[in-house]
Design a protein around this ligand. Structure first.
Ligand code: AMP
Length: 144
């Protein structure tokens, strides 16, 4: 049985840390650190998704501009074209999307609104649980 994004969110919750596009890179780094996360979704005042900003973008900005990057705005370095998934997306699909797009975060959209975020860590956890369940079924089948 595949595991769906909905089941992952039911366990981990649907809260998404968002930031304003005008926030400085320095403040965005503090936000990532304080929430112990690797990505924030950038939204406007209506909650519409404008982009995604991750630790990778932080590293790229600092590598390109040095410490001056810290004063620039999130909107200058965020990825504007955000790939999303839905609650009906399976772990197999998540792995394919993340591997193909070379990113580790996938915001979830439901009814046109932000409804959670899946990280590669969530996918690994779900896959392990999937494999464990399959192993239990096989053991029960062999034993019985
Ligand atoms: P990550 O591996 O998630 O830290 O992201 C690597 C790069 O991909 C960064 O430039 C991110 O802004 C970008 N990125 C991360 N997640 C997404 C996504 N869901 N859609 C589009 N770009 C993304």
């Amino acid at each position: 049985m595949p595991i769906f994004v909905k089941e992952i969110l039911d366990i981990k919750g649907r809260e998404v840390v968002t930031v304003d596009p005008g926030m400085s890179i320095a403040d965005a780094a503090v936000t990532l650190y304080e929430h112990r996360i690797g990505a924030v979704v950038v939204t406007d005042h209506m909650g519409a998704v404008l982009g995604i900003f991750t630790e990778r973008d932080l590293v790229r900005a600092v590598a390109a501009k040095g410490s001056a990057a810290l004063e620039t705005r999130v909107s200058d370095v965020m990825t504007k074209s955000v790939t999303r998934c839905s609650e009906e997306t399976t772990t197999d699909d998540l792995m394919e999307i993340m591997t193909g797009g070379r990113f580790r975060h996938l915001p979830v959209e439901a009814n046109g609104r932000l409804a959670g975020i899946i990280s590669i860590g969530d996918v690994v956890k779900a896959r392990i649980s999937e494999i464990e369940t399959e192993a239990e079924h096989i053991k029960a089948y062999i034993a019985g």
